[in-house]
Design a protein around this ligand. Sequence first.
Ligand code: ZN
Length: 49
Amino acid sequence: MEKVINCPCGFVLRGSSDEEVVKKAQEHAKSAHAMDLSREQALGMARPA
Ligand SMILES: [Zn+2]
């Protein structure tokens, strides 16, 4: 199932699976916000696309 995360900074990321959306969210959080996002946090922000 595709999921989407709308980051508060305006960045939108999509993934076709939980794994993909978590990975993209962690990469974005790290590179854009110098933040370590847990899998649970990433999934908590994800919504069905
Ligand atoms: Zn962001």
